[in-house]
Design a protein around this ligand. Structure first.
Ligand SMILES: CC(=O)CC(=O)SCCNC(=O)CCNC(=O)[C@H](O)C(C)(C)COP(=O)(O)OP(=O)(O)OC[C@H]1O[C@@H](n2cnc3c(N)ncnc32)[C@H](O)[C@@H]1OP(=O)(O)O
Ligand SMILES: NC(=O)C1=CN([C@@H]2O[C@H](COP(=O)(O)OP(=O)(O)OC[C@H]3O[C@@H](n4cnc5c(N)ncnc54)[C@H](OP(=O)(O)O)[C@@H]3O)[C@@H](O)[C@H]2O)C=CC1
Length: 293
């Protein structure tokens, strides 16, 4: 019988973590949200509240569902708070050493039959699983941004992931109302294997002076009907995350076609990470986003 997930832990309360907590709570699960500081957790709870309100305004959910979802979410600044969860989804920064350390500390507090999922955008599930005490109960559960609006979740098995874990993850994803695409465990899986080289190419197009930020985004929004231009989307994802994904593709597939654009590296080195730091290919500090090139 498929293991029912009644309570989940979410590690990392950034844009993905708060989105996953949001959809799991709306689906009736108890959620414990974890991050490294109380301030981060407070701000994540405020974001979730705001995003639920937006759904009430748009009549996607009722005010009663909004309030019921909020009651399902608690927060914990230490991993101990996740001890009784059936499933923990790790959604901290896209850095392998950070994720490995989290899994090491998490396994010490988690019950033996708990499943661990990673929301990594690109890193090998098999390698991450090997840093835990339960590779057979480890799986990639890759949500898309913004979580409450995007329909897809990629499921990625590591070499050791067992069928029971896969089925439990499948049931969890279905319960939060998302469609599944199953991907093999290759660098950046399916969506990012296709999407990120396109974004990187848009940054090369800017770097080489083929067009400015506005022209490149307008070209793809109006000329290819993409909902966001590629540079706007890169800012939305986070330029640090985009760079990490390109590095995993470049190293993992050993092909120069995945070389991260030097301009992307420069923006990340400047701390211009996109929307989350208020500046990236656009400057978000005023009333309207203003292109930075
Ligand atoms: C990197 C990875 O590993 C994988 C990925 O996720 S890759 C990224 C995948 N995502 C995409 O490609 C998104 C492309 N963009 C889109 O599809 C659309 O622009 C969109 C769905 C994001 C917005 O669609 P829209 O109908 O214009 O939404 P709209 O209601 O006007 O809201 C737009 C805004 O709300 C956000 N939003 C709306 N409702 C939301 C909710 N309930 N919760 C969270 N965010 C919400 C949008 O992101 C955007 O943010 P701001 O207001 O802060 O600027
Ligand atoms: N952005 C996107 O579009 C998507 C991202 N992802 C993946 O999801 C994950 C998170 O991305 P995203 O939400 O955008 O990133 P964010 O930078 O928005 O959030 C990451 C959060 O994790 C926190 N954090 C860092 N280290 C730890 C730790 N040791 N324990 C607990 N929390 C920690 C960060 O705190 P602090 O800022 O203080 O370091 C931050 O609050 C990444 O693996 C990313 O690749 C997947 C799909 C889409």
């Amino acid at each position: 019988m498929t293991k029912e997930i009644k309570s989940i832990g979410v590690i990392g309360s950034g844009q993905m973590g708060n989105g996953i907590a949001h959809v799991a709570a709306l689906a009736g699960m108890n959620v414990v949200l974890n991050d490294i500081s109380e301030d981060r957790l407070k701000s994540a709870m405020a974001t979730i509240n705001g995003n639920l309100s937006r759904q009430v305004t748009k009549k996607v959910i009722t005010e009663a569902e909004h309030q019921a979802a909020l009651k399902k979410i608690s927060s914990s600044a230490t991993l101990d708070g996740l001890a009784s969860c059936d499933l923990v989804v790790e959604t901290a920064v896209e850095k392998e050493e950070v994720k490995r350390k989290i899994f090491h500390d998490l396994c010490a507090v988690l019950k033996p039959d708990a499943i661990i999922g990673s929301n990594t955008s690109s890193i090998s599930i098999t390698r991450l699983a090997a840093s835990t005490d339960r590779p057979e109960k480890f799986i990639g559960i890759h949500f898309m941004n913004p979580v409450p609006l995007m329909e897809l979740v990629e499921l990625i098995r590591g070499i050791a992931t067992d069928d029971a874990t896969f089925e439990a993850a499948r049931a969890f994803v279905t319960r939060v109302g998302k469609q599944i695409a199953v991907s093999e465990d290759f660098p950046a899986f399916i969506v990012n294997r296709i999407l990120l080289p396109m974004i990187n190419e848009a940054i090369y197009t800017l770097y080489e002076g083929v067009g400015n930020v506005q022209a490149i985004d307008a070209a793809m929004r109006l000329g290819a009907h993409h909902p966001m231009g590629p540079l706007e989307l890169a800012d939305f994802i986070g330029l640090d995350t985009c760079l990490s994904i390109m590095q995993v593709l470049h190293e993992g597939l050993a092909d120069s076609k995945y070389r991260p654009c030097p301009l992307l590296v420069k923006y990340v080195e400047a701390g211009w990470l996109g929307r989350k730091s208020q500046r990236g290919f656009y400057d978000y500090r005023g009333d309207k986003p203003v292109p930075t090139r």
